[in-house]
Design a protein around this ligand. Structure first.
Ligand SMILES: Nc1ncnc2c1ncn2[C@@H]1O[C@H](COP(=O)(O)OP(=O)(O)OP(=O)(O)O)[C@@H](O)[C@H]1O
Ligand SMILES: [Mg+2]
Length: 392
């Protein structure tokens, strides 16, 4: 599925283009934007795959938007819609220079738009774009800050909100605890993937992951710390690549630092979520990690700082750390000891209805990080805390 944004100054035309996109069956999640102000994605928002420019009389702001998005997100595809009166060689040249790849005459024909989207989707698959866009790395500033809780619950919430194929890779060192969080007994795990790299493909992977009733799949981590001695960053990158090709989204519990050796994962991750608690050692480590990642050339827009176990009284400390890091805090997860520890001890990830602040926040973040549109609250699972809908 593609995500899209319509840029238009005419609300009626904008919603009709939105309807055309949604009717295509190829687009999930359409944003409507006005061609003024800063249209760059806000922290936490993914760039859409496709931008539809509903050209007005003054084309400048539309083309400026297209150029700016294409500069920041080269994979974004841009379609411009113009009336036949507007179409002249000067306009076409201007459009091409700002990165417009397709022109559609107004009023837009839904079938024609669908043809263009089909082509975009095919080109995206062929170029391996998907491989670069569906991996979320979750890394702790230090141990015990909630990295596994965050990775597990982002995965669960995305699987429930989207019905997409979501895989959790447990790469935490020295030992992986994700299977305990799901009360699963692994027969296979990351080590089996690494030992079979030569014939590791989507089919093989499917055979070694565990399926949880929440909808997520889990590839168990290591149960013996010394197994890590023979696992290279390159091998991990290959496992991640197969996972990315065979699933819609892959969430990695990267523990404290292990996955940061894996250049491929770092370079291709859609987001690197840095989890921290609000303690002096955790915030100290967080600051260093942001600096290290930025020094490695990671686009700061992909580094998402997530503060776990947040309380209202923590705001002053957080504002200070934001200033020191020169990097925004992407999100705060409320402190809910009772719920988190109950879920952990029962081996059941959080679930529940929309009145649950922690679950709601996980769902909202999962959707923001992946660009998936959240289901309306009333359509969500009716079950209360710690319940899951029937298996898919
Ligand atoms: N938002 C939260 N509110 C309250 N408690 C939380 C929250 N998130 C996580 N916890 C609790 O914090 C503890 C540590 O969580 P978790 O195991 O996810 O951390 P971790 O960073 O993965 O730890 P490790 O470094 O040992 O792998 C657990 O007891 C968990 O229940
Ligand atoms: Mg952990």
């Amino acid at each position: 599925m593609l995500t899209a944004a319509v840029v238009s100054s005419n609300p009626e035309s904008s919603s009709s283009l939105r309807a055309c996109l949604e009717q295509s069956g190829l687009v999930q999640g359409v944003r409507e934007l006005a061609p003024s102000g800063n249209l760059d994605p806000r922290p936490g928002e993914a760039a859409p795959d496709v931008i539809l420019l509903d050209l007005g009389l003054d084309v400048e702001p539309y083309f400026a938007t297209a150029a700016s998005w294409r500069r920041r997100f080269p994979a974004v595809r841009v379609i411009a819609c113009a009336s036949s009166l507007q179409l002249d060689p000067v306009l076409l040249l201007q459009a091409m220079r700002s990165g417009v790849q397709e022109f559609l005459p107004k009023p837009v024909d839904a079938a024609l738009l669908r043809d263009v989207l089909v082509r975009f989707a095919q080109e995206r698959e062929a170029s391996g774009f998907r491989r670069q866009d569906n991996l979320i790395l979750v890394v702790g500033a230090k141990g015990g800050v909630g990295t596994s809780t965050v990775a597990a619950n982002l995965g669960v919430q995305l699987a429930q909100a989207s019905r997409k194929r979501v895989l959790l890779l447990d790469l935490a060192r020295p030992l992986g605890h994700l299977s305990l969080m799901f009360d699963l007994q692994p027969r296979f795990g990351i080590r089996d993937a690494i030992e079979n790299l030569d014939h590791l493909d989507g089919h093989f992977l499917h055979g070694i992951v565990m399926h949880h009733k929440s909808g997520v799949e889990v590839l168990a981590g290591t149960s013996h710390a010394e197994q890590w001695e023979s696992i290279s960053g390159e091998a991990l990158g290959r496992v991640a690549s197969v996972a990315q090709n065979s699933c819609d989204f892959v969430f990695v519990d990267g523990g404290v630092a292990g996955v940061l050796d894996c250049d491929r994962m770092l370079q291709t991750a859609r987001a690197i979520v840095l989890v921290s608690a609000i303690s002096v050692p955790a915030l100290w480590a967080l600051e260093r990690r942001v600096v290290e990642l930025t020094a490695q050339g990671i686009d700061p827009a992909r580094i998402r700082v997530l503060i776990n176990r947040w309380r209202r009284g923590d705001e002053e400390a957080l504002q200070n750390i934001e200033k020191r890091m020169k990097h925004p805090i992407f999100a705060r997860l409320p402190n809910d000891f009772q719920q988190a520890s109950e879920a952990e001890n029962l081996g059941i990830p959080l679930s529940g209805n929309h009145n649950n602040a922690l679950v709601d926040k996980f769902r909202q973040l999962a959707c923001q990080l992946t660009g998936v549109t959240t289901a309306p609250a009333e359509k969500r699972g009716r079950g209360g805390f710690l319940s899951f809908p029937a298996k898919r």
